[in-house]
Design a protein around this ligand. Structure first.
Ligand code: ATP
Ligand code: MG
Length: 752
């Protein structure tokens, strides 16, 4: 590794290992680079890779960092690093230690949809008004509480919660929270927040376990520290409080997850929390007597042109709560930010598409050099339509991800139930899908009897007669047949691999019959999705075997893999248009939130209008406006060479045409750095007539075969040889698991 590739302050930060350190620096100044080099430096200076824990904002970022470290240190050392998001790293630890917190290692992870559906059921059971106790609101209050380590009892005794809940007509929140936790536990399930909360509690209540991990992770590094919340910080502190070997990097000006409980003060308090030595002895290398944590500042931006950096600085000046920094760039001066006022949202898309073509012609840019960033997912639609029309290949992140689609969630629910029969949400979802004559009344009866007897719903489904469930004989036998079906799958979990059992489940549950029964465009799209899921299982099994030599790669592993894919990782896999030879040469469409930490030669920031950006929800408080402004700062600082802003006068929102006013933020950028183009009255603007090609407009398979081969055998795996080769033959790079190939998923030491 060559430390010459760093500037003096970066190098100092990399080499400092005498205690806790904090790097606070502006965008593009090399914070992530410092972390990457520091890990390589640690490995070259005596740390074993598995003694290093690095927490990143997405698993994708972790994989990229791992790859880079691999290049720096050579060999396969980087494979053994513990790297990933808080959620993925700690969910694995929880699986290993599940027994200590009253779970089994096959616990299910409930996603947002499962959480809301469970909360909705609880609200109904308690006889409360669903219009007041909206699942999204209820869940966000519970989530905030968990992020602040407030258990149901703490919540109930917190008077400020009581006041707020009462004012909003939701006084029963404590009861809902309590019941929600009970039901999760009964279902052997955790929601996302539990993964952190239970890790904290595990370490807090079990000193031996905490000490084991504190001992294992001898050096801890955290990227994007400004967006960690209270529970994440406490976990980090639990791990490092003895050895105090920790380095965190962040930028208070890029703190954009306040709405999820992240607190800028966390980064400001770091020196107090992590700096003080347990034995009270002042740290020799410390910069002050009460704090042993060293602070490093980086000021040179290597990413962007001077004008982009100056424009971003002039914007963030308007925030009061911030650490003043002097970020500068020695790159080219560059062009000013381009601000384009458009007549309508459709014209906005036309202008962006034209600009992409213009820069490709003029500068030889590739599709992958462009990113379209927006405030909300819904804004992607007009760009998708235009890009299809213009044959511009694109990749869209977030939105309705692959795993959010109904047909995929149905199959996944079967897999979940197979692994964990107590998974209540999975049970609800598939007990009568495909239809098997178990009506809603029956399900309600099962649930209410389960609540009455405090017996898991599964037990009642399995033995309705024994529990005196009030249903007729026919219904009872349907319930038992369902239990038998799932029980049969469950028995095979330990032997059959994820691909083989997955296929069998899809066929024997009746899902494939249901999905392949129609020939409407929607049906075909569902069939393709199902096929994609099956393919991804096969790839997963193959990849895992190859990587780790594991013989048995089962459904449990598959579920762990897919349940923590964040927005950024689950692009929808749609290669909607363009037949570019380079699979990855595509324009990126994503929300600003998911663009954090990334960089692109050209960035379009679209929808620069009041009530979109800043969002209507955020215009009331100063605090919220400042967070929106930081978000805009994040957006601008993603750009290396060109930063193009668009604002539309007319926009279709919620089905009607709305008149928009330009965003207040546009006036806040020093006008010296902005060049304005007005397209609002341009008669030449392309009228929006022809419809874009939709994903389901695709031609049907030319082979004429409607059904995949695996469906035709009575049991798919009977003719596994030809089936496998069929999948091989038409396998194309897949968005879903393709990335697993590039970089192995986390590797853990054998104890895990
Ligand atoms: P952000 O705040 O957006 O996360 P960051 O501070 O993490 O940004 P990096 O992503 O690490 O910044 O670096 C920004 C760009 O500048 C990267 O392309 C990186 O490789 C480059 N860079 C950083 N430091 C140097 C350096 N000393 N020499 C050359 N290039 C550098
Ligand atoms: Mg970074």
């Amino acid at each position: 590794m060559n430390l010459e590739e760093l500037n003096a302050s970066q190098r100092e930060a990399v080499e400092y290992c005498a205690g806790p350190s904090l790097v606070i620096a502006g965008a593009g100044s090399g914070k992530t680079r410092v972390l990457t080099y520091k890990i390589a430096y640690l490995i070259e200076n005596g740390y074993m890779p598995w003694e290093i824990l690095a927490l990143t904002f997405t698993n994708k970022a972790a994989n990229e960092m791992k790859q880079r470290i691999g290049q720096l240190v050579g060999g396969d050392a980087a494979r053994y690093l513990h790297m990933g998001t808080f959620h993925s790293v700690f969910s694995r630890i929880l699986r290993a230690e599940a027994g200590s917190i009253g779970y089994t290692s096959s616990f299910t992870i409930y996603d947002e949809g499962d959480s809301r559906s469970l909360l909705n059921a609880i609200v109904k059971e308690l006889g409360l008004d669903e219009k007041i106790y909206k699942p999204a609101t209820v869940h966000s209050r519970i989530s905030m509480a968990k992020n602040n380590i407030e258990l149901p009892v703490d919540y109930a005794s917190n008077s400020s919660h009581a006041v707020r809940d009462k004012e909003s007509g939701m006084p029963r929140m404590p009861r809902i929270y309590e019941e929600y936790q009970n039901r999760l536990r009964q279902a052997n399930a955790m929601d996302f927040d539990d993964l952190l909360l239970y890790t904290y509690l595990l370490f807090e209540k079990n000193e031996a376990v905490r000490a084991k991990y504190a001992d294992r992770f001898r050096y801890v590094l955290v990227d994007e520290y400004q967006d960690t919340n209270a529970v994440q910080q406490k976990i980090v502190l639990q791990i490092v409080r003895d050895h105090r070997q920790i380095c965190v990097v962040g930028d208070d000006a890029q703190s954009i997850y306040g709405f999820r409980g992240a607190d800028i003060d966390n980064i400001l308090d770091f020196r107090q929390k992590f700096g003080e030595r347990q034995d009270g002895v002042a740290d020799a290398a410390g910069s002050s007597s009460e704090s042993g944590a060293r602070l490093f500042k980086l000021e040179q931006n290597y990413r962007s042109t001077q004008r982009i950096v100056q424009a971003a600085n002039s914007l963030i000046e308007h925030n009061r709560r911030q650490i003043r920094k002097n970020v500068y760039s020695n790159n080219d001066k560059g062009e000013s930010l381009q601000l384009k006022y458009c007549y309508s949202d459709r014209e906005e898309a036309v202008i962006v598409a034209k600009d992409i073509r213009r820069l490709m012609r003029g500068e030889g840019a590739h599709y992958a050099d462009f990113a379209i960033l927006y405030r909300t997912n819904a804004q992607s639609r007009t760009f998708e339509e235009q890009f299809r029309k213009d044959n511009i290949p694109y990749r869209i992140y977030g939105g309705l991800s692959f795993y959010q689609r109904k047909e995929i969630k149905d199959v996944v629910a079967y897999l979940r139930l197979t692994v964990n029969v107590h998974d209540e949400e999975a049970l609800r979802r598939v007990i009568n899908y495909p239809a098997r004559g178990i009506g809603k009344t029956t399900i309600d009866k099962v649930m209410s009897l389960s609540g009455e007897l405090r017996v898991a719903p599964w037990e009642i489904v399995k033995a309705p007669v024994m529990y005196n469930l009030d249903v007729n004989k026919g219904t009872a036998s349907k319930l038992m047949a369902f239990a038998e079906l799932i029980g049969g799958f469950a028995e095979a979990v330990a032997e059959e691999d994820a691909y083989s059992l997955g296929k069998r489940i899809v066929v024997e549950s009746g899902i494939s019959k249901d999905i392949y029964s129609g020939a409407e465009p929607d049906d075909i799209s569902r069939q393709e999705n199902l096929q994609e899921l099956i393919d991804s299982m096969r790839e997963f099994v193959d990849d895992r075997r190859e990587e780790s030599g594991e013989e048995h790669v089962g459904i449990t592993e598959f579920l762990q893999e897919i349940s923590l894919q964040s927005d950024l990782e689950s692009d929808d896999g749609e290669n909607a248009s363009g037949d570019s030879a380079m699979q990855d040469d595509k324009v990126t469409l994503m929300t600003i939130h998911s663009a954090k930490g990334l960089e692109f030669p050209t960035v379009f920031i679209v929808g620069m209008e009041e009530n979109i950006f800043p969002s209507a929800k955020c215009t009331e408080s100063q605090r919220a406006i400042e967070e929106e402004r930081r978000l805009f700062y994040v957006a601008i600082t993603r750009a290396e060479k060109h930063c193009i802003l668009t604002s539309a006068q007319n926009r279709y929102r919620y089905g009607k045409l709305e008149f928009g006013t330009p965003s207040r933020f546009l006036n806040e950028i020093d006008s010296k750095f902005v060049e304005i183009h007005n397209f609002q009255h341009d008669g030449s603007a392309t009228p929006w007539t022809s419809k874009g090609r939709m994903p389901w407009d695709r031609q049907r398979d030319a082979s004429g075969s409607d059904r995949p081969e695996w469906m035709t055998g009575r049991r798919g795996y009977q003719n596994s040889r030809p089936v496998a080769s069929q999948f091989k033959a038409d396998s194309k790079p897949k968005a879903v698991f393709g990335r697993q190939k590039e970089a192995p998923a986390e590797t853990f030491t054998p104890e895990f």
